[in-house]
Design a protein around this ligand. Structure first.
Ligand code: ATP
Length: 277
């Protein structure tokens, strides 16, 4: 039977510059790409054991997925991406085959990278296993255990993995099975923090370019006022400010005002501040 799962070889067109801030993350991922192509002799000068798997962890909506996509675009490595949950939605046995096939394909077309997004959904499964409840022929907890074991086996085949960078992301690192974090597996941990003020300004600027904003919209002030917000939340603020501004235009129309209304309609600073509140 054919696998339900489809390998994605097309790199998404996200670039480093699309990500505001996160310089340490960009550095770590650029280094990972470079090490992947480095000669073992050079690597042995600097590393006892070069890291093999890279784990992006941090709160949701803070550009982990984006960073993996930018790494794919900018490095030119062949890119394989899979979401943890997709692997669990397969029938017993299929998800293990899918993982083996994934590593096999990645080796065939190396240099390449494999990205496991939301890895906690497969790698938090062993704990759940003892509490029972494998309910169907679907992956469920049985599938999770086997998928995780298959993944660990593939990562342990070190020599064969040369030329393949393995990357994973999670916003629940504490839920991961510790076996996954052992040396030779995901042993390079990269923290992806909420955006700092500079990064928030960049995100607001990018969002502003996609819409019509009043020239007096002050992105510096918006960046200051959104301490602790994720990138995804900042996008949400801009989206809801857009809705409010559009509602204002609709209201004007129903009140029968013509002409200038439509042309002048833009998102205002007040819409953005209201959205933050
Ligand atoms: P999750 O853990 O929920 O999967 P994530 O950390 O993978 O989240 P992304 O999906 O990469 O987050 O980011 C969510 C959205 O937020 C992105 O599509 C992007 O538009 C925006 N975003 C987050 N951080 C940044 C940033 N530093 N620069 C630009 N955009 C950002």
């Amino acid at each position: 039977p054919s696998l339900m799962y489809d390998i994605n070889l097309k790199p998404p067109s996200i670039h480093w510059d699309d990500i505001g801030g996160q310089e340490p993350v960009k550095l770590a991922l650029r280094r990972a790409v470079s090490m992947n192509l480095e000669s073992p002799e050079i690597l042995s000068r600097f590393f006892d054991r070069p890291p093999k798997g890279f784990l992006l962890y941090g709160p949701p909506g803070c550009s982990k997925t984006m960073a993996a996509q930018a790494m794919a675009t900018e490095s030119g490595l062949n890119f394989f991406a899979v979401k943890g949950a997709e692997l669990l939605n397969m029938y017993v046995g299929e998800s293990e085959r899918a993982v083996r096939r994934l590593f096999q394909r990645a080796r065939e077309v190396s240099p390449s990278m494999i990205f496991f997004d939301e890895i906690d959904s497969i790698a938090g499964q062993r704990a759940g296993f003892s509490s029972g409840g494998a309910s169907s022929s679907h992956g469920g907890s049985h599938g999770g255990v086997n998928v995780l074991t298959t993944l660990l086996n593939e990562m342990d085949g070190f020599e064969a993995l040369h030329g393949v960078v393995v990357l994973a992301a999670t916003n629940r690192p504490q839920a991961l099975d510790p076996a996954l974090l052992r040396p030779g597996r995901f042993d390079d941990l990269i923290y992806v923090s909420p955006p700092n003020e500079d990064a928030r300004r960049v995100i607001f600027q990018k969002e502003a370019k996609k819409r019509r904003m009043d020239p007096d919209v002050d992105v510096d002030r918006l960046a200051k006022e959104t301490e602790g917000y994720s990138g995804a939340e900042i996008k949400g603020i801009c989206a809801s400010a857009g809705s409010a501004a559009y509602d204002r235009l609709r209201l004007r129309r129903t009140e029968g005002e013509e002409g200038d209304g439509d042309k002048d309609a833009v998102i205002r600073m007040a819409d953005l501040e209201q959205a933050i509140r």
